[in-house]
Each structure stands twice: as structure tokens, then as C-alpha cells.
Design a binder for this molecule. Sequence first.
Ligand code: B12
Length: 257
Amino acid sequence: MSESASEQGHIIRPYGDTTGDGMVQLSFTLPMANSKVAEGAAAQLANKMGMDPAMVVHAKSMGDNFTFFVVYGRVNHLVDTSIVEVVERDYPLLTPKEANAAIKRSLRRRLVVVGGCIGTDAHTVGIDAILNIKGFAGEKGLEYYRELKVVNLGAQVSVPDLVEAAHAEKADAVLVSQVVTQRDAHLLNTREMSAAFRESYPAAERPLLVIGGPRFDETMAAELGVDRVFSRGTTPGEVASFIVHRLTTAAKDRTAS
Ligand code: B12
């Protein structure tokens, strides 16, 4: 480690027992019955991943032929926090009152939001946390906002049905949830969805496309063809603030030009 970098505080390493000891914890499943050999295999995998020493601290059978492991051990890797890339919030957080006022002022009508889970995904708890009046993490959902009209289409909505609903409702924003990530279904479905909206709308009239789910990488918006990606722990207030900011700024830009 270069002395100046560590002195500046942006080079760090993990710790478990004592500061800077490099200890981390890793969990995974191997397709083997629980046994001494399976534990050895888990330690070998952890070693190959750079953990040395690697201690198997938990092994639990998952059915007959699978074992879940937790391995605790030391890594020598350093982290440079000055080169981390994340999506920072680039819009102000509004209260529902402020969001309603901004919509009224710039759109002079209610802002329409259409949402749902696409593909075969039936995990509606996440989108409901954002849309339903009861909300999430102590915040009311978008249905609580007087100036928002929310149409929640629920689970397993096909992309053509979503596009049709967006047209029928004159949606300003479309909010889509994808929780299942097996075989990258969330990425494939999102790309299909964004392509369908681009095909169906002239560029200037396309609704704002927002995708969310616990295993999305927030830096992937452009690659997926959407306007914003939200990940785990998102609150309704963040989503409402983003939509209002983007759509009321766009309305202002249109008025100015
Ligand atoms: C509850 C649950 C179910 C319920 C769903 C009920 C319902 N109505 O939603 C039931 C029992 C039906 C179910 C079924 C299945 N499930 Co399930 N389920 C879960 C579980 C335990 C919790 C998910 C949840 O509700 N989280 C709480 C919400 C609030 O969190 P969230 O979804 O992350 O949402 C937040 C953010 O991500 C974000 N967000 C989410 N969506 C959106 C959208 C927008 C627009 C925005 C802005 C933000 C946003 O905001 C939310 C609030 O912060 C998870 C495991 C887990 N602990 O996460 C497995 C899990 C998701 N399920 C899984 C699986 C495999 C299945 C099944 C395939 C099982 C099976 N073999 O049948 C089926 C699939 C059914 C289907 N067709 O989709 C796997 C997925 C694995 C993977 N890699 O894809 C998980 C991870 C469990 C596991 N470890 O194996 N499941």
C-alpha cells in the first residue's frame, strides 16, 4: 500500500476481530452432501478466491445433495474508495406536499404512473411497497400523493399489455419491478420492455421508464434503456422525488424552448 494513499484514508481493508486484519465472511452452496470432504471442498473454494486462512464456520444440509456453507477468513485485498463508481441521488428529496405542489405548478394536471411486475415475476411486495398507500419504511406510497394517479397492474404483466396500459392511461411514468434474476431474466425482460416502449412511442412522448428490484446494478440504466434503476431499500419518497424532478424539469424545458 502506498503510504500517502493510506494516509489520505481512501485505501481500506476489511476487518473482523481487529482493525485492518482483512477478515471477511462468505456464504455459498455446493452440490454435495454434507460431509468432511464437502467442508474441505468449501475451504478449497475459499482459498482459490483468495481467502487464506479460510475457516468453515457453518455447514448445513440443504436437502440430500446440497450443503450451505459460511466461511470466515483473511483476504489481502485493498479497497480504494476514491475510484468507486455509484449512482448518487442527483435530485432533491421532496415531501409529498412539495411533490404535489411541484406537479400542480408545472403540469397543471395529475401525473400518471403505471406500474407492475413483468414477465413471469409474481413478486409484487417490492412494487407495492413503492405504490401502495401504506408505503414502506415509514413513508407513504405513491397512491398517497394527491397529484399522482397510480395504476398498479400487479403481477406477471406481459410487455405488450404494459405498453397498451401506458397508452390507455396516458402514462407519464412507467414503474416496473423485477425480483427474479435466474438466468438474468430481470435484464432480458427489462431490455425487452424498454425496446417495446421505444418502438411504440415517438422519442419525445415516451413515458419515463423506471426499473427496480433488489439485484439490479444502479449504474446500468443506459445499458438497459431505462431512465433510472432503483435497487434494494428504495423508499417511495425517493421514487416520487425522482419522477417529479425529471418530469417537472422536462415540462419547464418545454415551456422555455
Ligand atoms: C416473498 C417471496 C415470495 C412470494 C412473493 C409474494 C408476493 N406477492 O410478492 C412467493 C411465495 C409467491 C414467492 C414465489 C417464488 N419465489 Co420468491 N421470494 C420471496 C422473498 C422471501 C421476499 C421478497 C420480498 O417480498 N421482499 C421485500 C420487498 C419489499 O423487497 P424488494 O422486492 O427488494 O423491493 C424493494 C426494492 O428492491 C425496490 N423495488 C422493487 N421493485 C421495484 C420497482 C420499482 C419501480 C422501484 C422504483 C423500486 C423497486 O423497492 C422495494 C422497497 O425497498 C425473497 C427472498 C428475500 N428475502 O428477498 C424470495 C425470492 C425473491 N424468491 C425466489 C424464488 C426462486 C421464487 C420462486 C421461483 C420459488 C419457486 N420455485 O416457486 C417463486 C417464483 C414465483 C414467480 N412466478 O415469480 C428467489 C429468487 C432467486 C433469484 N436469483 O432469482 C428469492 C431471492 C429466494 C431465494 N433466495 O431463493 N416468493
